[in-house]
Design a protein around this ligand. Sequence first.
Ligand SMILES: [Cu+2]
Length: 441
Amino acid sequence: MDPTDIADVSGYTFLVNGQSPERNYTALARPGERVRLRFINAATSTYFDVRIPGLKMTVVQAGGNNVSPVQIDEFRIAVAETFDVIVQPKEDRAYTIVAESMDRTGFARATLAPRPGMIGQLPAHRPRRLVSMSEMAMNPGPTGNDRGTVHPEQDMQGHVAPQLPMEMGSGTGGIPRMGDVPMRGNSAMLGMKQQEKRKTKKPSSNPGMPGMKHGGIPGMSGVPVDGGAAFAQMQSADHRSTLGMADQVKGNSGNLAPSAAPTTPVPEQGGEDMPSVGDMGQLAMADPITHDTGAPLGTRVLSYRDLKPLKPYPYRRFDRIVEIRLTGNMQRYFWSINGRKFSEAEPITLRFGERARFRFINETMMNHPMHIHGTWMLPEVGNGARNPMKHTVNIKPGTTLDVDIPADAEGPWAFHCHLLYHMETGMMRQVNVVRRTASIH
Ligand SMILES: [Cu+2]
């Protein structure tokens, strides 16, 4: 893997509600009106960093669950995640909703404006971050008793219930663990979809290539564009043939990172909510749930720690730990769980009523939005009884994150990475929640 392996596929045109950036999907809102925006990352394999310059967003729902309102400046949204935010435009002008793909090969955009046809400014695009050495290093994860059930497909429930160094640090539950290494995050949009084009090659292995071109992507020139100029560019873009546009986009892919690109790590976001990693004297560990989006210092970037459900799932301690190693190889392009692809793996069996703790150990340098059907996922973010309730939890590169699974629904359920090419190549399991232990062997 190389430092530019941030996304699986490049060359997309990113859409909001079916509209390309040039077509600029627009929602109408009067000044002073409170508007609820529901962001759904419907992309196949793209994370987005979302912001609305000039507006604060108040997150009120995540994954379909209401949360205590939390005001933020931007958020990263993983594939399959959803967030509802409330915004209140104050001025009689157009606001741009911009969602840059995590690998910075493009962006989706929409407009919030009092009248149709208005176009807001596009902010300068953010540089592409490179995957760091620590992220590329294999994450060994916990060892010994801390590993949990190593062969969940074979072990009976209750077979392994390791003692945990609980509440190390300051009641933050045990988020950062031995072996955690830095990462980066994930992201979505108002019904964003992608027009897919499988890459024939890995994305540019030449970071920060000079001579970026921006003719085909209005406003993505690295400098703010005023409404008039953007409109003019859009007009000319519209007159290009479809094929021309596609070529233009293709030509730009992998090329958008300015030459000043990120060789130095940018400080992690999170402000006062930064984890107690430093307290534990393990400075090399990254917080598995904050995102470095390249935002200026002082920007409030959403993390899972901010998502406190209004009606939390009843809290109790987990019964056992199930080790879920996320494994794979970018060059050979195969993805698996615990080293086995779906077609070669047995189902993971949970007993109805038990509380399993999936210990996700991401051995790869890619983000994986892990998704389960039928039950909730409660990521251990240190909020105790108010840990988030999610159906999709992002696992950052080279990090370890505990996620509790209340097995409260019988059935065979699908459990998989929501990057669809990862799922297709094998990063998937069947999870059986059963009532009779006799059937488990
Ligand atoms: Cu994946």
